[in-house]
Design a protein around this ligand. Sequence first.
Ligand SMILES: [Zn+2]
Length: 161
Amino acid sequence: MLNADYTAISLCTVPKAFLLVYLQKAELIAEDKRLALRTVDQNFPFPSVIRLHRYVSVPFKNVVLNRQNIFRRDGHRCVYCGSYDDLTLDHVLPKSRGGRTSWDNLVTACRRCNARKGDYTPEEAYMKLPKKPVRPTFISFLRDLVDTVDASWEPFLNTAK
Ligand SMILES: [Zn+2]
């Protein structure tokens, strides 16, 4: 589902997408030609991308700060060495030194790197933090929510904020 300004705002079910188009709350941007919604005497396009006619201000859809979502944001690997094993959370600026438990101070790290870093910052421990951790948006997890991203979604995912 796209907002009136073509930014992707959420996933919705096909029946809901159909209803929004049917009620003229949204327009059909892309359909899946391989499929159709059939009634006894009519075929309707199978919605793949719809756009709302009216701009809705999306109350910033917060992704919950928890261990699993930090792992997801970091691709389930240690940000320091790339290992997929034995993952834990690392406070970039250590907690003992006032580091906060927040999106921009937590990263996925393997236990080995975590232990090696100890009470140091990455610079002090001579460990490289590849990029500054940020709060992910709902839409950045979209690819995780569905098995395959329909080709017709791609243009909108790339522009997703
Ligand atoms: Zn590591």
